[in-house]
Design a protein around this ligand. Structure first.
Ligand code: AMP
Ligand code: ZN
Length: 436
């Protein structure tokens, strides 16, 4: 076995052979999907027969979270619910959840992809893997759990929360790999400081960070604070969960596993498919799912396919770090703003702390951005007085990047509410009639 790869043949497959495999799998997927109530009238035998090449894919309609909700719970199920073995749901906290059903075969495929992803990032049988993602309906916990076991690592299923105990586990069992939400990784560091433990003294090697948008600067901060390599991990429950796209040792974009998913980047406004290299919304089609195949699912995640081949030798194309979600976009005084752009701008100011929240208010009929940001414990002397210079630097950084002037409120270290799961970064306090 080549020790750089989990499955060398498939990871380095020639592009032509990969596309042949995709087409074969797509045809099979369409046949299976046609059994689901939602697809029955769409995927007629004539329609399926008209898909002769991958270029015909855009002739099929796209689906959205809204369709999953409207057809809740079984409308997309292509088998008897009794023939599926597990259900997961997305992490949305309001309204009808989107639920996804898996057969044992689906879970086996997912497990293999998560094992392949973690192996690519250097995890091996001898490693100790602490899985700090929530276990349960959310896919972050169970998804990587089975992959790490398949790989042969020792898995500590600690789930999210109880920071002091997490650190104790790391110390006691010599954790080498950690799976964690990036915003929580920053908060956990302050607990390390409180306990006077230096993570550099532990056996930690790498963090897998994902589940929420984060900037390159935040990744570098995690690497620096913990003395580890932090790998970006992307996934969504509708496509299984984590393990859909993952960074290799190059840490420059995430290989999206194209033997199991077809990716397209579309213009979110027109739905038109964009050429490689252009930024737009990621649309995914499952290729190996039996219980609940999804064709052209709109993720609403904004990214770009990196057209250049990766030096690691894998032929599956890479997607760039997600820039946010098309439905996350804020319109502030007519300017389109993504929360991640604000994070990128703020991160250029040294001495900002581990947590921030963006509030949108309406004052005198004008939209205003308030950024509440914690100061770094390193430069906090017990009072926020006299820190105007730092405040001004954040205002300037955001103004230069986005052309809007925020109000910055500095906060004491660890004073903002912290989440162990996905962070809630934006609070919109505008009255509905003021929202653009
Ligand atoms: P869920 O289905 O609840 O697991 O949420 C999936 C969503 O989380 C995705 O559609 C993305 O918006 C977000 N997400 C997951 N991983 C990442 C990542 N590495 N970078 C940015 N956003 C992510
Ligand atoms: Zn690579």
């Amino acid at each position: 076995m080549d020790t750089a790869f989990w499955e060398k043949d498939i990871e380095t497959i020639d592009r032509g052979a990969l596309e042949t495999l995709q087409l074969e799998r797509l045809k099979r997927t369409l046949q299976i999907a046609a059994r689901a109530p939602y697809y029955r009238s769409i995927l007629t035998p004539e329609k399926i027969a008209s898909i002769r090449s991958l270029r015909d894919l855009p002739s099929l309609p796209m689906v959205d979270k809204k369709d999953l909700r409207e057809n809740f719970p079984y409308g997309f199920l292509a088998c008897d619910p009794k023939d599926s073995v597990r259900m997961h749901s997305s992490s949305g906290t309001t309204g009808t959840p989107t639920v996804v059903f898996h057969s044992q075969n689906d879970l086996d495929h997912w497990t293999n992809l998560t094992a392949r992803s973690m192996y690519m990032a250097g995890m091996r049988k001898s490693d100790v893997f602490q899985n700090m993602m929530g276990y349960g309906l959310f896919t972050g916990g169970l998804g990587f759990h089975y992959g790490a076991e398949r790989l042969g690592a020792l898995v500590l299923p600690t789930s999210a929360g109880n920071s002091k105990r997490q650190i104790w586990f790391m110390q006691t069992f010599g954790t080498t790999f950690v799976h964690i939400v990036p915003s929580y990784a920053l908060r956990l560091f302050s607990v390390f400081q409180e306990m006077r433990v230096d993570p550099h003294d532990l056996a930690l090697k790498s963090f897998f960070i994902g589940a929420e948008p984060h900037s390159e600067a935040l990744r570098l901060q995690v690497q620096d604070l913990y003395g580890v390599r932090a790998y970006n991990s992307y996934g969504l429950s509708e496509m299984a969960g984590p393990g859909i796209a993952f960074e290799c040792g190059e840490q420059n974009g995430m290989h999206l596993w194209e033997d199991e998913y077809i990716m397209e980047i579309i213009d979110p406004a027109t739905g038109e498919v964009l050429p490689d290299g252009e930024c737009g919304e990621l649309v995914l089609t499952t290729l190996c799912r039996d219980a609940m195949p999804l064709i052209r699912y709109r993720t609403h995640d904004l990214s770009r396919i990196i057209p250049e081949p990766c030096p690691c030798g894998r032929t599956h194309r890479r997607v760039e770090r997600m820039r946010g979600r098309s439905d996350d976009m804020l319109i502030i005084g007519g300017v389109n703003v993504f929360p991640l752009q604000i994070e990128c701008a703020m991160m250029t100011v040294p001495d900002i702390g581990n947590n921030y929240v963006i509030e949108i208010r309406n004052e005198d009929y004008l939209d205003r951005i308030y950024i509440k940001v914690e100061v770094n414990p390193r430069c906090f002397t017990g009072s926020l007085e006299g820190m105007d210079d730092m405040k001004n630097r954040i205002v300037n950084a955001v103004r230069t990047e986005l052309g809007i002037t925020p109000k910055v409120v500095l906060m004491e270290p660890n004073s903002l509410p912290a989440s162990e799961g996905k962070a809630k970064r934006v609070v919109d306090l505008r009255r509905n009639d003021y929202k653009s």
